[in-house]
Design a protein around this ligand. Structure first.
Ligand SMILES: Nc1nc2c(ncn2[C@@H]2O[C@H](COP(=O)(O)OP(=O)(O)O)[C@@H](O)[C@H]2O)c(=O)[nH]1
Ligand SMILES: [Mg+2]
Length: 268
């Protein structure tokens, strides 16, 4: 590991800022994008766990999305002594989808993961997902709604919503995938390079997977328990999530129906 010069990072709504970052000089095998919004409380325990993964030689790209708490300061100060950390910042909160795009733009590795910062999925299990990409899958997702997973410990209404929309997406796409809403994933790099997704909020997680699947990407699942958050609060806004999923369900239904119609008249 060696120090890199300071890099210039664009603030979405303000001047460019120079951040002193330290990172590996060689391309890491895996980049993990960790979107963070008002997560200062949980970051120390997250970093403690990630420290144990340092021997893997992965880079972790933290995207602070205009947090109002000490998230950015905590990340930046931690990055000074942790060469595996990169820190990027939005000047204002732009949403989870926007943070994912920024993180992807700063991720260097041939396999790119996304991960929650609140440890509701165990960071230490990411290598299981990465292994499946190495074996040939395009997208690998943790899957709390897989029949082999144990029941989620997250809130009942939220779980019911996520499980229900996932069932609808499964039905529409006709693929044997049980969870479409989980941020904890690994992707082959070219998937995130060629799959455009537009949502700015949480729906981006589902949109990226759907668009990838509709363009032929293979998806594998790792059954995994969704734990309860122990520090900080969920940023999911249920009303916005429901509206976004209705729009995505309509988009998926239209694409699938269009393909079926073209197939019937021999244009498929
Ligand atoms: N960068 C960024 N991250 C976000 C935003 N909203 C949520 N996150 C992060 O996305 C992850 C999942 O969010 P969380 O609030 O735990 O949602 P939940 O797991 O569905 O309750 C966490 O790491 C959050 O900090 C946002 O607006 N911007
Ligand atoms: Mg969470």
């Amino acid at each position: 590991m060696s120090a890199r010069p300071a890099v210039s990072v664009p603030l979405e709504n303000g001047p460019r800022v120079r951040l002193a970052t330290v990172s590996a000089s060689l391309t890491p095998p895996v980049s993990v994008v960790v979107p963070c919004y008002d997560e200062a409380e949980g970051i120390p325990s997250l970093l403690e766990r990630l420290e144990t993964m340092e021997p893997l030689g992965w880079e972790f790209v933290f995207v602070d999305d205009g947090s109002g708490d000490a998230t950015f300061a905590t990340l930046l100060s931690a990055a000074r002594t942790r060469p595996w950390m990169r820190v990027v910042k939005h000047g204002t909160n732009l949403g989870l989808g926007a943070a994912m795009r920024t993180g992807f733009a700063h991720a260097h590795a041939p396999i790119v993961c996304t991960m929650d910062s609140d440890c509701t999925y165990l960071p230490e299990r990411l290598p299981e997902l990465v292994r499946l990409v190495e074996e040939g899958a395009d997208i690998v997702t943790a899957s709390p709604w897989h029949p082999d997973s144990v029941p989620a410990r997250a809130g009942r209404f939220r779980s019911a919503l996520s499980r229900t929309v996932s069932r609808l997406y499964k039905h529409l796409t006709g693929q044997d995938v049980h969870t479409f809403t989980c941020l904890y994933r690994a992707y082959r790099r070219d998937v995130i390079e060629r799959t455009q997704f537009r949502a700015t909020g949480f729906a981006a997680v589902t949109e990226l997977m759907l668009r990838g699947m509709l363009s032929g990407c293979s998806v594998r699942e790792v059954p995994m328990e969704l734990g309860a958050r122990s520090l900080g609060e969920s940023k999911l806004q249920i009303g916005e999530a429901i509206l976004s999923h209705l729009a995505l369900l309509a988009m998926t239904a239209m694409v699938v129906a269009g393909r079926r119609a073209r197939g019937r008249i021999g244009l498929g």
